[in-house]
Design a protein around this ligand. Sequence first.
Ligand SMILES: [Zn+2]
Length: 173
Amino acid sequence: MLDIENCKIKNYPSDILARPAETVGEINDDIRLLVKKMTDVMVERNGIGLAASQVGIPLRLFIISLDTTARDVKVYINPKISMAGQLDTAEEGCLSIPGLCSNIKRYKKCSVTATDLDGNEFTQQAEGLLARCLQHENDHIEGVTIANRITQVARIINRKLFKKLELKHQAEQ
Ligand SMILES: [Zn+2]
């Protein structure tokens, strides 16, 4: 039984953001409730993507809605992603690292095979913002965040922000 009602955003440097997530087994009411809760959290914060580990549930599942609406949320369960094409650099933020906005290199294209909430497997080809978002969310599933991917220079520029988030995290323990 997952404690879904108490789910809330986990911020850097929470341990759960740095650990690979576990495979989703049966797609049951818990999983459906989790997706509903994640959708509420993401829409409230104007996010375009959210991984389950970001709300404290270490499962291989994320949602994406490029227009930030609940209506367009797409659910990716146990996704397998493969990247293609050239690298591209663009600014990214993350709901778990409030205040950080930094250039991140991603592949321009990717393809993802995942299971939806009805238990059906699907494959999607993506490019542009969707490809970037899929790679960002898939990183969360592997325990990687943009804090791991920013350049050394960006790390120095944002050192006060990271320090502030670390102190806040310590205070909440
Ligand atoms: Zn993120």
